[in-house]
Design a protein around this ligand. Structure first.
Ligand SMILES: C[S@@+](CC[C@H](N)C(=O)[O-])C[C@H]1O[C@@H](n2cnc3c(N)ncnc32)[C@H](O)[C@@H]1O
Length: 165
């Protein structure tokens, strides 16, 4: 089922809406975020086909890990991955695997191979996920980041903006 835009979708969109350079969204769901950003060249990738693919978006139906993109080819990569802790991946829209970070870390590793030098990666995880391990991963890779947060009733959403130098 296609993920319906929610608080996490709007939080990501708010951070990326003014991007004008080429952008790739991993796990683009309904393509709501891509549809609402300025960029001229917009690519979305998901395991589920959106109901509607608006003009200006190239959609690739694939597991983002194996998607046919060229390495170091995007200036911006964005994702709002499934990040809820789960024993197994049953619902691909929300189940993030162990600690809720198995899938987000896979998305992040994929992004690091596809992002251009001096590009930026924007992504979301939650206070319900083991976000400290994600931060440790970034620190071990010597990647600087800015972290923003949005408090919801039952969790805090964290948005990371990673500079790839
Ligand atoms: C939380 S939803 C976010 C959807 C959309 N980006 C948004 O913000 O509304 C996560 C999305 O990741 C997709 N997804 C999960 N695993 C994936 C994978 N391995 N490759 C590509 N997409 C995947 C799901 O199908 C789902 O659309």
């Amino acid at each position: 089922m296609v993920y319906k835009p929610a608080e996490d979708t709007y939080f990501l969109l708010d951070a990326v809406k003014d991007i004008e350079d080429n952008v790739l969204e991993l796990g683009c769901g309904s393509c709501f975020v891509l549809s609402n950003i300025k960029a001229g060249f917009k690519v979305g990738c998901d395991l589920v086909k959106p109901y509607e693919i608006k003009n200006g978006i190239e959609f690739v139906l694939a597991d983002c890990k194996n998607a046919p993109f060229r390495v170091n080819s995007f200036s911006y990569i964005i994702f709002n991955p499934p990040y809820l802790p789960s024993e197994n991946i049953i619902d691909i829209a929300v189940d993030g695997g162990k600690g809720g970070i198995e899938v987000p870390l896979n998305f992040l590793k994929t992004s690091l191979s596809l992002i251009k030098k001096n590009g930026k990666i924007y992504f979301i995880v939650s206070s319900l996920s083991d976000y400290k391990t994600v931060e440790l991963f970034l620190e071990n890779m010597n990647l600087g980041y800015v972290k923003k947060e949005k408090k919801l009733f039952y969790e805090i959403l964290y948005l990371y903006i990673v500079n790839f130098v």
